[in-house]
Design a protein around this ligand. Sequence first.
Ligand SMILES: *Cc1c(COP(=O)(O)O)cnc(C)c1O
Length: 392
Amino acid sequence: MPSSHVMNTYARLPVAFTHGQGTCLFDEAGKRYLDALAGIAVSTLGHNHPRLVEAISRQAGRVLHTSNLYRIPLQEELAARLANLSGMDEVFFCNSGLEANEAAIKLARFYGHKKKGVELPSIIVMEQAFHGRSLATLSATANRKAQAGFEPLVPGFVRVPYGDMDAVRQIASRSRDVVAVMLEVLQGEGGVNVVSDEYLRALRALCDEQGWLLMVDEVQCGTGRTGKWFGWKHADVRPDVMTLAKGLASGVPIGACLTSGRAAGLFQPGNHGCTFGGNPLACAAALATLDVIAEEGLMDNATRVGEAIRAGFRKALEGVAGVVDIRGRGLMIGIELDRPCGELVTRALDAGLLINVTSDNVVRLLPALIFSDSDAKTLVEGLAPLIREFLS
Ligand SMILES: *Cc1c(COP(=O)(O)O)cnc(C)c1O
């Protein structure tokens, strides 16, 4: 029975899962589904990974939560691990993507006031961007529908087309208030949109020239999903600020805002905080997730299986009218159609496949990094005919 007491913030599908195993979920009737969404890029290790279950259980038996009023050795260990993987300096821990981005936005303003003497600092953000649903992150987000009814939005954002370097240069030449550029290196909610490595390198160079912070939102594409630890590693441009969340602890809520170089060392006690942020349970789960990604070669798996999925769909949908593009990197995959295709989600559900549609007309696939070649085959063979049928 759907509960009328749960606030109506999601148009939920009429299915509930009782348990999962690897890349599969099972519903109350015992029906099995191949999970090509992983809770929107969250369940990095799939469901019930023994190493994750073990790490969480062990930590639960010791202590779940203490407080950031005390030292938390697991948090220190996770911060050191993330610093090591990214080459960045410091980490602020929180519980979600929007909180990580909120920290980044506050940090950029703080940087503007303290280091650049700017009175009304502003941040360049992108068309189709998604950064979260708090007031500041909603204002940074490009989706007008999500913003409607919540005005006044937070000021201090300037929007440019994604991937358009000239638009950013124009702002650089006329505005003295800009202090940062914030973007997803591979957009998720906005339709799985990819920008070139050259664009990211040009942005990095302009940020250095202008003394702006380059802030990358890796909430969806980070933690190994694109085949490297972080999406920006493909272009080899280290950001000044990076945010992580979704897949970082494979299902236990966590967020992180990392800083380096001129963005490091800004926040002091009293400037920012988070009660649950980086508690022992979340940090144990994140450390186990990072261990398994590294030890089981899951980034190479993401590269190989992601390419196999894209190649499989390109072949299966070759010449099909209405398929606009098949794109992505690693296990972040978009199939753009020429029309709204939300109903494909229920058709796939009936066929035992969990998928998502974003931006109205882009089928989005974000499977666990343990997705196998045979899972890829099952997915392509199950979904391609549904897309053909839908378009015919
Ligand atoms: C999901 C997402 C967010 C928001 O994360 P929440 O944990 O839902 O607050 C922010 N940025 C990107 C790129 C995302 O995909």
